[in-house]
Design a protein around this ligand. Structure first.
Ligand SMILES: *Cc1c(COP(=O)(O)O)cnc(C)c1O
Length: 425
């Protein structure tokens, strides 16, 4: 049979019941699993056989959702984490240790920037931030002998800058390291980084994958394409692991070496595991991901076009607009649309932005994006309120910038709300 379209995969992948089993993914809310002998369980501990024995490492509900996400991205395996932050951290720690170095565009999500700039440095992993617009020479110049990976965002939060995945993957591979792509904003519906050479994908599933602002979560997906042994830079994957009686991940697990080590070594030691109930909620969200993304993108495009033509709006940032500097890259990597987030500025700066937002009735002021309900955030008076105007500018945020996360309501209703809020200015 020909492979399913990704819309079908959203609905059908993951839990596949056998004869007499529940049609709907069951929530196996149990920390542990019973075995008839210690020997059977010992084999599980030694990774000689596979099976669930403790939910920190694996659980049937969680495993089904991992299989669903792996299928959507086209990977050999996935691991769910308790948040997107945990996924980003573990994706790096799996292949970089104290004394190593990583490369990352500076325009990534603020939480990722802080994690790399502060916590990873404190752990002895150095980072060089480059521009997301860097060319081949500039990316190459950031490399050092101890560089272990490049990490970037397919579509940056909140700047909506599109990563040239093929270029970054090309330079990474030339240097014998993988490219990790955070695919949170476009989701696998709109962008599949593995098809352009990325090796590992991470997600904050708290955003569109859940989509209902219900559960925090993260995911790491392994393409299975990176040759760790040939690179020679990853002893953690290619030399014996004493905690598993000298097992070598690349020899025992082949293409799934990276994602297996991430679970059996890092998740065992760190324990950033999602609850089975949260995994179930996430699965419910993904069932309709394809429908929601289409509507988010349709609505966002309509609203971006409306804002672009409005005389009280200073500028609009949305990669679906022909005037946007990332329009062509977005057409290449996300031809069906980007996501529902639109950034813009109203005339009158910080004070006008605050008044505009208070005027809104349908759109709610919350610290979140990617919810099916339209929401707005004014970074200068909330997430970045401690910064001066000069510091805001350095962070790429103007005092009047508004981040609008367009939901899946009827587009004309959202536009009418924005229009009335603008008319009061
Ligand atoms: C929200 C977000 C994260 C962090 O995810 P949490 O689930 O909030 O921990 C990481 N990357 C991107 C692009 C995000 O938008």
């Amino acid at each position: 049979m020909k492979g399913w379209h990704i819309y079908t995969k959203c609905v059908q992948e993951g839990w596949k019941p056998k004869n007499g089993e529940p049609r709907v993914l069951p929530i196996v809310q149990s920390t542990t699993f019973k075995y008839d002998s210690s020997e059977t369980m010992g084999d599980l501990f030694d990774l000689k056989t596979s099976g669930d024995f403790y939910t920190r490492l694996s659980n049937p509900t969680t495993n089904a959702v991992e299989a669903k996400i792996a299928a959507l991205e086209g990977g050999v395996g996935a691991l769910l984490t308790s948040s997107g932050q945990a996924a980003s951290l573990m994706s790096v720690l799996n292949i970089a240790r104290s004394g190593d170095h990583i490369i990352c565009p500076a325009e990534v999500y603020g939480g990722t920037f802080n994690l790399f700039d502060k916590t990873l440095r404190e752990m002895g992993i150095d980072v060089t931030f480059i521009s997301v617009d860097a060319d081949e020479k500039e990316i190459q110049a950031a490399f050092r002998p101890n560089t272990k990976l490049i990490f970037g965002e397919a579509l940056s939060n909140p700047g909506l800058k599109v990563l040239d995945i093929e270029l970054f993957a090309f330079v990474a591979h030339k240097n014998g390291v993988p490219l990790i792509v955070d695919n949170t904003f476009p989701t696998p519906i709109n962008c599949r980084p593995f098809e352009f050479g990325a090796d590992i994908v991470v997600h904050s599933t708290s955003k569109y994958l859940d989509g209902h602002a219900t559960v925090l979560g993260g995911a790491i997906v392994d393409s299975g394409n990176f040759d760790w042994a040939a690179s020679g830079k990853y002893p953690g994957l290619t030399t014996p692991d004493e905690t598993y009686h000298g097992l070598i991940y690349t020899e025992k697990f082949g293409r799934a070496a990276y994602i297996t080590k991430c679970r059996t070594h890092l998740m065992r030691d760190i324990g950033a595991t999602p609850s089975p109930t949260n995994a179930f909620y996430l699965s419910q969200g993904i069932d309709t991901l394809h429908l929601r993304m289409e509507r988010h993108c349709y609505n966002a495009q309509r609203i971006a076009e409306f804002l672009e033509g409005h005389n009280k709006v200073e500028w609009v940032d949305y990669p679906g607009l022909k005037s946007n500097r990332y329009y062509h890259l977005a057409q290449k990597y996300m031809p069906n649309g980007t996501c529902g987030v639109v950034s813009f500025e109203v005339k009158g700066g910080r004070e006008a932005a605050a008044r505009f937002m208070e005027n809104l009735e349908l759109a709610a002021i919350v610290t979140h994006v990617a919810d099916l309900r339209t929401c707005v955030l004014h970074p200068a008076s909330t997430t970045h309120r401690q910064l001066s105007d000069a510091q805001l500018k350095a962070a790429g945020i103007t005092p009047g910038l508004i981040r609008l996360s367009v939901g899946i309501e009827y587009a004309d209703d959202i536009i009418a709300d924005i229009a009335q809020a603008l008319s009061e200015l």
